[in-house]
Design a protein around this ligand. Structure first.
Ligand SMILES: [Zn+2]
Ligand SMILES: [Zn+2]
Length: 363
């Protein structure tokens, strides 16, 4: 007979959960599974707040289950490993990103593109293979299979490195996959939020010439002086857009609000590639002319597989790429989410889980 989820998951855990679509998180006691043979168990130290967390908290994608514990930019220290774990030992620093399971049988899994597996298990609010739902990193500890656990490079900061597990791989993977990683290439980054600001740093680390496109001219100084972009274009200014017509090898579009993409196709050279990584609600309108006459490509990309994510962390450590963050205690999470919706953060909130969760529960 199958065991009930409670018997399968007897280890007490604490976290911050949404109970309904109101979007408010509060403390929750729940349970996690015992450490299986291939499992790694770790204490959560830091967890980034990604905009996607808010979509799920409020069930804006129509696929949430409650209670919902967000968090897929998780960094921690290993406390227990199963008998068959090979590469990770107790005391190691590790990370977990957007996925904690996949079928391991399909073509996508075989090609290390686990993120596109039809049976993908997301780190938060996803049905797991044992019938229970997954809970994310706004919690005291995590347990998942070794295959989905990233080794944390020694010289990569734990706090400002955490957002790389989503924002970092979201920009690194398409730059590599679409061949936009050769020094001297000219690449545009559209939108300067959580993903966009890391995309600029990744592109610079590859040795690319980076042009930032933003609708907020106020971000120009920051883009050029702090993030070290080479050019800044106010995408609402037709004259400025005209100057960069037909000049770029690729564009990474990180914007998740509705916007037109034809102007972005126009700034590409012939054979240029527009890679969409944001998720606007409305469909894009694309006219055939710039695609056909310029041999241009519109493509999409979602995070990355585990091999690419490990490679990205090692690359970030080598080149000093981290996110710009504001560290917060976990009981600030509701305020932080409100501020994200107002674009009032530079550029990522990271929860100091280890130092604030237990204090928050006992107060
Ligand atoms: Zn994310
Ligand atoms: Zn699969």
């Amino acid at each position: 007979m199958e065991k009930s989820p409670d018997l399968e998951h007897p280890i007490k855990a604490y976290g911050y959960a949404a109970r309904d679509t109101s979007g408010t998180l509060s403390p929750l006691t729940f349970s996690r599974r015992t450490t299986r043979d291939k499992d790694v168990r770790f204490r959560v130290l830091y967890c980034g707040i990604c905009h996607t967390d808010i979509h799920f908290v409020k069930d804006e994608l129509g696929m949430s289950s409650y209670p919902f514990i967000p968090g897929h930019e998780i960094v921690g220290v290993v406390t227990e490993v199963g008998r068959e774990v090979e590469k990770i030992k107790i005391g190691d620093k590790v990370g977990v990103g957007f996925l904690v399971g996949s079928c391991n049988l399909c073509e996508m899994c075989a090609n290390e593109n686990e993120q596109y597996c039809a049976k993908l298990v997301m780190t938060s609010g996803s049905p797991n293979f044992d019938g229970t739902y997954t809970y994310g990193g706004y919690s005291d500890h995590m347990v998942c299979e070794e295959h989905f656990v990233l080794r944390w490079p020694d010289n990569l900061p734990l706090d400002s490195g955490a957002p790389l597990l989503c924002a970092g791989i979201t920009s690194y993977a398409p730059l590599k996959k679409f061949g936009l990683d050769k020094p001297g290439m000219k690449v545009g980054v559209v939108g300067l939020g959580g993903v966009g600001h890391v995309a600029v740093k990744m592109a610079k680390a590859f040795g690319l010439e980076v042009t930032v496109f933003s609708t907020s001219p106020a971000k120009k100084q920051e883009a050029l002086e702090v993030l070290k972009a080479d050019n800044f274009i106010n995408s609402r200014d037709e004259e400025q857009m005209q100057v960069v017509m037909d000049t770029l090898d690729g564009v990474i579009d990180t914007v998740s609000v509705n916007h037109a993409i034809t102007p972005l196709l126009n700034v590409l050279k012939p054979n240029g590639k527009l890679i969409v990584v944001g998720l606007p609600e409305k469909s894009f309108e694309v006219s055939a002319a710039p695609l056909v006459s310029g041999g241009k490509i519109v493509a999409g990309s979602m995070i990355g597989g585990l091999k690419d994510t490990q490679e990205m962390l090692d690359f970030a450590a080598k080149h000093g790429v981290t996110a710009d963050i504001e560290i917060i205690p976990i009981d600030y999470v509701n305020t932080a989410m409100d501020r994200i919706l107002k674009s009032d953060v530079r550029y990522r909130f990271v929860i100091d889980v280890a130092n604030s969760l237990s204090a928050s529960l006992s107060s």
